[in-house]
Design a protein. Structure first.
Length: 85
């Protein structure tokens, strides 16, 4: 099955209550697991703005999470620092 990501619904922002929502506001989430009718686990595509968090710190007692970073752009100052070493 191939999922057309452009056709999935994008939800921007956070569902956390204030003030905990602030670091997660520039986040866009697409629920790919729902688009593929998956029932046993979820798959989410998150796009994060500069400085955004994907979520608040949390844990699961009976579930696992897997994170795959597809693209990362380091901040400019960090890149300059690395190049000067």
């Amino acid at each position: 099955m191939k999922i057309d990501i452009a056709k999935t619904r994008a939800r921007t922002g956070s569902r956390y209550p204030k003030p905990f929502d602030e670091p997660c506001q520039s986040k866009t989430r697409r629920r790919l697991g729902h688009a593929a009718s998956l029932a046993q686990f979820g798959v989410n595509l998150l796009e994060l703005g500069p400085g955004a968090w994907s979520s608040q710190r949390h844990w699961h007692a009976h579930e696992d999470e897997f994170v795959l970073v597809l693209r990362y752009r380091p901040r400019h100052w960090r890149l300059r620092w690395l190049q000067s070493r």
